[in-house]
Design a protein around this ligand. Structure first.
Ligand code: AMP
Length: 455
């Protein structure tokens, strides 16, 4: 046989390449963005509880739940909140869409609600329209405790009501929301009058601030021409000395606005709401008129970033957005800060979120029981009975350990024997007493236990 040429050899037995088994490259896990956070399962109960309280309050005062999109045209916020504000000039997440339109992640909820009121012809509905919302807001602020770049607000708006009692009722609602959560608040109130009042006042204020320019912090010096009202809110001790002597907006109110503010305060007195008149409270956004207010935790020092919520009247907002002149008023409450307070109290044993009287764990043993459990769980759910279960856990011991961990009041156990005779066990977890009942009567038996617990 002729010897194979080199080339032929290559064809027959190609050189074996050393096979190096490549480990799949492990991805570096992405992290949440700075100032943004996950809401974790251990906090889920706190968030739900707070939202339940919000739901209760809004139902009691007859507000309807609404939602608006998270992304809007950027100009919606620029025109209403104001170009000179930090929110719009520094903190808004704005971007250009593929078609060139300028969009923004909403930094707050009120402007969107006013837009929605106009777009959807809510003016034709019986007035006022009382709406509440909840959802994430975005501001690219410098993150720190209680200050996030994505945070959540619960807000209430009354559109189409010019009466001072509406402002007072919103303040009461906010105050009671915190009170229902065991948080005592200080309510600061002020009036910033009409845009005309504010213009006249600003001339006076800017003149004063210019005369004290050398005593102001650098940041405030820059603000004299851009956003002088914001200086009133400065927490810099140097600025505060100047602000203490500054002209106060309350002295520049027109007669109507003064009378209006007096009425708001009278209603608050009627309702025994403790409030503090705060001449430097202006809330900075362009759309506010007349009443402005803020809530602070009464048991914590007031810092610039510690307000729990705030609001005010915004009689010019709907008109600014091209609608009919429509009086309106509202508030927004920061939920993240409330969660932080409640979490601390829960962990310190100073606050308990009440669990339902009856908490059931459904346990099974063996494959046939697992299948039957699927049916029984559905049937109980149809009867309004909620259960915890881990159908993926085969061991009865592990399931009952879990029942203990979640502090179930009762375990419902479907074992092999019960499968055979069509029964099921209800075990009282604290006494250990077990009752065997007919599977068909399970829902009825649970309702009976529930009734007895309520007694
Ligand atoms: P504002 O309308 O800016 O006064 O916001 C109303 C409430 O939302 C504030 O009182 C805070 O409780 C909350 N809030 C505003 N900005 C943030 C933020 N960056 N992080 C967390 N909560 C915020």
């Amino acid at each position: 046989m002729a010897e194979k040429t080199k080339e032929e050899k290559k064809k027959v037995a190609p050189k074996k390449k050393a096979v190096v088994k490549k480990e799949p490259k492990k991805m570096k896990t992405p992290q949440t963005l700075r100032g943004m956070k996950d809401i974790l399962p251990q906090d889920g109960k706190i968030w739900r509880h707070i939202l339940d309280i919000a739901q209760g309050i809004t139902t009691a005062y007859n507000f309807q739940y609404v939602e608006t999109p998270i992304v809007e045209e950027a100009k919606l916020f620029v025109r209403t909140i104001g170009k000179g504000t930090d929110i719009v000039s520094k903190e808004m997440y704005s971007f250009e869409d593929a078609d060139g339109s300028k969009l923004a992640l909403r930094p707050e909820g009120t402007a969107s609600i006013a837009r929605s009121y106009i777009n959807n012809g809510l003016l034709t509905q019986p007035q006022p329209v009382k709406m509440w919302y909840y959802g994430p807001m975005f501001r690219r602020e410098r993150p720190q405790a209680g200050r996030y770049r994505q945070f959540h607000q619960f807000g209430c708006e009354i559109i189409g009501d010019a009466d001072p009692v509406a402002d007072a009722q919103l303040i009461v609602m906010g105050y009671n929301f915190y009170k229902d959560l065991g948080i005592e608040t200080n309510v600061n109130v002020n009036s910033i009058g009409t845009p005309d009042d504010r213009e006249r006042y600003l001339v006076e204020l800017v003149g004063y601030l210019r005369s004290k320019r050398s005593y102001l912090s650098e940041e405030s010096r820059k603000r004299i021409s851009k956003n002088p009202l914001r200086i009133l809110d400065s927490k810099d001790p140097q600025d505060q000395e100047v602000v203490a002597e500054a002209p106060q907006i309350i002295d520049w109110l027109s007669e109507n606005s003064r009378q209006y503010f007096m009425s708001v305060l009278e209603y608050l007195d009627q309702l025994d709401i403790p409030y503090v008149l705060k001449p430097t409270l202006v809330r900075g956004l362009d759309y506010y008129t007349d009443t402005v207010f803020e809530f602070f935790d009464a048991n914590a020092p007031e810092k610039s970033q510690s307000a729990l919520g705030g609001g005010g009247r915004y009689n010019i907002l709907v008109e600014t957005l091209g609608g009919e002149p429509t009086p309106a008023t509202g508030f927004a409450i920061g939920i993240d800060r409330v969660v932080d307070i409640i979490r601390k109290r829960v962990n310190g044993g100073k606050y308990t979120i009440e669990s339902p009287l009856l908490s059931l764990y459904f346990a099974h043993l063996g494959e046939p029981a697992k299948k039957q459990s699927l049916h029984l769980i559905e049937e109980l759910r149809r009867n309004g009975i909620n259960l915890y279960h881990d159908l993926g856990k085969p061991s009865l011991k592990a399931q009952l350990e879990r029942a203990n961990k979640i502090e179930a009041t009762h375990a419902i156990i479907l074992g092999q024997k019960e499968m055979q005779d069509g029964t099921i066990i209800i075990r009282d977890m604290s006494s250990g007493i077990q009752e065997i009942v007919d599977q068909k009567k399970l829902a009825r038996e649970i309702h009976k236990i529930q009734k007895n617990l309520k007694k």
